[in-house]
Design a binder for this molecule. Structure first.
Ligand code: NAD
Ligand code: TYD
Length: 366
């Protein structure tokens, strides 16, 4: 039985991980620590809020004293660290929060873990610090380059990926220098339920329903390697249970798509759903699909992102061979579930899209 502290558990991947974990390991205890920034939403945890093995604490990972109290009071033996500023576009316009949360926040967690799990113990204590990182730390690939392996040199290009790379190095250093039991996973782009609608896939779905343009940065031929979010949770599960201490594990779906093709795929799926169910035209009368017009006509090419990485691709051979990892969802099944989830959960995305997010988006495109 594990006692987990999950940082950033009210965000997209963290919340999906908490759902996954409590359903697979109902005896385990899960405490979520989350600052509830614009990206964190307690609604994401509504399905587990009455579970007696779940608790939520609003707080900042930079608050080392708070983290130490949680580690001791809840007898935490496993820390799974998702909390981060995660949106590349925001890191370009405002890097400070990324340095603060992603670098200093991770450093604060490492100091708390070292103190509570190593320094203040008379006897060795079984523990794990799992750090959730990204493939973006490896930089960018050309069309013909081989996919990233765990041995690919770090070459981050955005303030976001640079801050994640810095945190990865700190985690590594706390293992090598102090003997903290760490693992790190580097995952490709996730998609699925509870994805904040500033990221490509949920932005496209929600814009289609509101008859808003679908902004494609540059030529739209940038490539990302998409993984259904539950398959990320499953990969972390395997790393926690079978991974070797001090190691990095790549997690990916072997599923490369050019952005423009993802957007066209989502347009087609939404049109199919509208054709299958007349109720959707009543609920979303603004959508072009409601009048059987061409959804792809909303595609609008806009100025490219600064320093935009051309291609990411994950080689997850090590994770497959050592841990037996295989994604369970194909892209076809995963994207179909995702589109259905957004159509069925209008109240969720409407709620997260008001307030600060809206202000920020308007600032971007005005
Ligand atoms: P997200 O932005 O949806 O959620 C981040 C969560 O962290 C939010 O709930 C937010 O409130 C919380 N948070 C932010 N600052 C905090 C602080 N100082 N203290 C406590 N909580 C704080 O992000 P996500 O997409 O779920 O990503 C989770 C992790 O996975 C991140 O570390 C990210 O780098 C990594 N990752 C994401 C992807 C992806 O495709 N989204 C891919 C690979 C790795
Ligand atoms: P995003 O979802 O922001 O993830 P990341 O930058 O971490 O890969 O973007 C995915 C890809 O989609 C990326 O190449 C940028 C591109 N993109 C657009 O073309 N238009 C958009 O409106 C957004 C949000 C992203």
């Amino acid at each position: 039985m594990k006692k987990l502290l999950v940082t950033g558990g009210a965000g997209f991947i963290g919340a999906n991980f908490v759902h996954y974990w409590l359903s697979k390991y109902p005896e385990d205890n899960v405490v979520v620590l989350d600052a509830l920034t614009y990206a964190g939403n307690l609604e994401n945890l509504a399905v587990v809020q009455n579970n007696e093995n779940f608790s939520f604490v609003k707080g900042d990972i930079c608050d080392q004293a708070l983290v130490e109290t949680l580690l001791i009071d809840h007898q935490v033996d496993t820390l799974v660290h998702f909390a981060a500023e995660s949106h590349v576009d925001r890191s370009i316009t405002g890097p400070d929060a990324f340095i603060e949360t992603n670098i200093l926040g991770t450093y604060s967690l490492l100091k708390a873990a070292k103190k509570c799990w190593l320094d203040d113990r008379d006897k060795p204590f079984e523990h794990r610090f799992h750090h959730v990182s990204t493939d973006e730390v490896y930089g960018t690939l050309s069309a013909s380059d081989p996919a990233f392996t765990e041995d690919t040199a770090y070459a981050p290009n955005s303030p976001y990926s640079a801050s994640k790379a810095a945190s990865d190095h700190l985690v590594r250093a706390y293992h090598h220098t102090y003997g903290l039991n760490v693992t790190t996973s580097n995952c490709s782009n996730n998609y699925g339920p509870y994805h904040f609608p500033e990221k490509l896939i949920p932005l496209v779905i929600t814009n289609i329903l509101h008859n808003k343009s679908l902004p494609i940065y540059g030529d739209g031929m940038q490539i990302r390697d998409w993984l259904y979010v539950e398959d990320h949770a499953y990969g972390i599960d395997l790393v926690l249970n079978k991974g070797r201490i001090g190691e990095n594990y790549n997690i990916g779906g072997n599923n490369e798509w050019a952005n423009i093709n993802i957007v066209k795929e989502v347009c087609a799926l939404v049109e199919t759903r509208f054709a299958e169910s007349s109720e959707l035209a009543t609920r979303f009368p603004e959508a072009l699909a409601a009048i059987e017009a061409n959804t792809e006509s909303l595609i609008t090419y806009v100025t490219d992102r600064l320093g935009h990485d051309r291609r990411y691709a994950i080689d997850a051979t090590k994770t497959r061979v050592e841990l037996g990892y295989e994604p369970k969802e194909t892209f076809e099944t995963g994207i179909a579930k995702t589109v259905s989830w957004y159509l069925d959960n209008e109240a969720w995305w409407k709620a997260v899209m008001d307030g600060s997010y809206q202000d920020w988006v308007e600032g971007q495109y005005s």
